[in-house]
Design a protein around this ligand. Structure first.
Ligand code: OAD
Length: 248
């Protein structure tokens, strides 16, 4: 019962097919936010072990705070680009969930309604004593001495390397509902996030928008659009809204 005809009928009769969008640093590149692994990217300038691990926080918290303060400043100065903005258009016709590895809030500021952050949120801080105590940071700076209501130092609300991805179960459950799964601007190098696409059901159509080649993780039903997010995403959105791909 999983033949193509039935899939087509299902989508035609269901005006709110589910679209799951999975984004990485590339979707925010044209907003002026550095990616990690491109040439000139953040991990060329910094050693992950110095700024993005629990060990770094123990060894040199001031360096870690400064690293994320600089990232936060950059995010506050940035604006959503056409990639973020066009995704919102999909909500006119589809049930859309965005799962992002990004810690910026550009999807939310563009107007996307359902956004899940897998790797944390740069504009938030959390208690080092009780991880459920999460606060929005006013402005760009989180300082040594900024404390939670229990009196413990606040840390960036970021998932560091070596830490649990607490939103993973939620993200996998959302991925499993996809009729269409769109991957944008991620090198697909970081697990478990990169493996999310494998939770999409077999009938799901998968699109990948990235100007460069990404890690080949054996994705089936894949259509690759080798463009920047600012160009490729609006084009894809236009086609999906016109059902040019859905009725293939
Ligand atoms: P990467 O820096 O690994 O990959 C960025 C991707 O964006 C690459 O595939 C680029 O080709 C692509 N790209 C560059 N410019 C683009 C543009 N204008 N439009 C579309 N794509 C573009 O970033 P991620 O895959 O997001 O985690 O990295 C995953 C995780 O590794 C991040 O969430 C972060 C990082 O370490 C943490 O810090 C926990």
């Amino acid at each position: 019962m999983e033949d193509g005809t039935r899939k087509k009928d299902f989508r035609k009769n269901c005006p709110s097919s589910k679209i799951v969008v999975f984004t990485g640093a590339g979707v925010s590149a044209e907003s002026g936010i550095s990616t990690f692994r491109d040439s000139g990217g953040l991990w060329e300038k910094y050693d992950i072990r110095d700024v993005a691990t629990p060990e770094a926080w123990i060894k040199n918290p001031l360096l870690v705070l400064d690293f994320y303060n600089q990232r936060r400043k950059q995010v506050l100065e940035a604006k959503p680009n056409d990639g973020h903005l066009s995704l919102v258009e999909l909500e006119k016709k589809f049930d859309v969930s965005v799962i992002t590895q990004n810690v910026d809030d550009l999807h939310e500021r563009a107007g996307s309604k359902n956004v899940l952050h897998l790797h944390g949120e740069i504009r938030k801080a959390r208690s080092t004593n009780d991880p459920t105590l999460v606060y929005t940071i006013k402005g760009w700076e989180l300082k040594a001495g900024d404390k939670c209501e229990l009196g413990s130092q606040l840390r960036p609300h970021i998932v560091w390397f070596g830490e649990m991805v607490t939103e993973l179960d939620n993200a996998q459950a959302i991925a499993a509902t996809a009729d269409i799964f769109i991957i944008i601007g991620t090198s697909l190098n970081v697990y478990p996030a990169a493996g999310l696409v494998h939770f999409a059901p077999p009938h799901a159509q998968i699109f990948l928008v990235d100007p460069n080649s990404v890690n080949d993780i054996g994705i089936k039903n894949l259509t690759t659009i080798k463009e920047s997010a600012g160009k490729g995403v609006p084009e894809l959105v236009k086609k999906l809204l016109a059902e040019e791909f859905v009725d293939q």
